[in-house]
Design a protein around this ligand. Sequence first.
Ligand SMILES: NC(=O)c1ccc[n+]([C@@H]2O[C@H](COP(=O)([O-])OP(=O)(O)OC[C@H]3O[C@@H](n4cnc5c(N)ncnc54)[C@H](OP(=O)(O)O)[C@@H]3O)[C@@H](O)[C@H]2O)c1
Length: 354
Amino acid sequence: MSRPELALALVGFGHVGQRFLRLLDEVADRLDFDWRLVAIATRRHGCAVDADGIDADRALATMEGRLSLERLDHEPQQRSGIDVVRRVTDVLADEASEGRLVTIETTLLDIEQGEPATAHVRASLEGLAHVVTANKGPVAFGYRDLESLAESVDRFFLFEGAVMDGVPVFNLVRETMPGVVVEAFRGVINSTCNYVLAELERGTPFDDAIAAMQAQGIAEADPSHDVDGWDAAAKTAALANVLLDAVITPHQVERTGIRDVTAADASEAVASGRRIRLVASAARHGRTIEARVEPELLDGRDPLANLTGTENALYLKTDLLGEIGVVQRTGSVAQTAYALLSDVMRISRRFREL
Ligand SMILES: NC(=O)c1ccc[n+]([C@@H]2O[C@H](COP(=O)([O-])OP(=O)(O)OC[C@H]3O[C@@H](n4cnc5c(N)ncnc54)[C@H](OP(=O)(O)O)[C@@H]3O)[C@@H](O)[C@H]2O)c1
């Protein structure tokens, strides 16, 4: 089969989910698959399921008008993401069995247990849908189980958007570095913290720097996930689970946030040719994994020290390629949407490989 038609079920339809839907239209001429939107699940804006297809423009307009998806006259009786997943895998069982149903999971990170996102992923795979997610939760809390479930049902579980937006990190290693062992990694992977630390060096008060990130939609209204290092810990667990074959959760990452870093600390560091950055790192030592997130005083020549604004970078220590790194100069919701698209394209490619 050359060009499959994929049925897409969006579980979560906020900034990322909506941007993904627009991107499908913007790059329509580059897609190697046709698609049909068969379900949308939100928490407070209703749900919709229709095996014949939901009009994407109407769905987007409904969300822009802050209205409920139940106005769209599709099946509205599902009340949660898990109901929608179960219903869609049921009514599209034939397409699921042909590998043409894909759940796009973009609900919010739950830092306690990674739920209900992990349940959405599991139920999708059990119903023979592929899963693509930008949510760190499932990979940070349940990667090994979910990956082995995906393998056992011959479906993809992909999550490139979970770390560094659209910059390939997982796919870089999994798709382009066969046979290479990653022994450790080290990086700056939280944009809000990097921005705040760089702004403190310029004398900007901590709260003003946070407010600027909130105004750009990068930091949450409650920025504690970023400031206390939880977001970076979830990304560290996700990276360690996939790249270092670890089985850890964010709660096993040693974590110190940036709340106690002062403008005086930051300018003192600069005066001595150094920089404070929130560094996420993990390494394998035999059977143990050491993973941590903490503000580090870095030498000015350290590539992580020179990241300004919302820049991110990740350096991998490998056995066959030495140390290699990827740098993200600017991040955006559009890039996260692209990560989802690149994962869906990976799924569609399989139809050409058959
Ligand atoms: N924004 C970014 O740049 C970015 C970058 C990388 C990764 N991510 C990750 O991508 C995910 C989505 O981010 P976002 O910015 O799109 O968030 P968002 O705008 O808050 O959207 C989240 C969506 O999930 C829905 N939702 C939440 N809990 C749900 C549940 N239990 N069942 C069904 N739907 C539920 C929300 O519905 P309601 O609105 O009705 O509550 C909303 O539609 C997050 O995990 C985030 O960490 C985001």
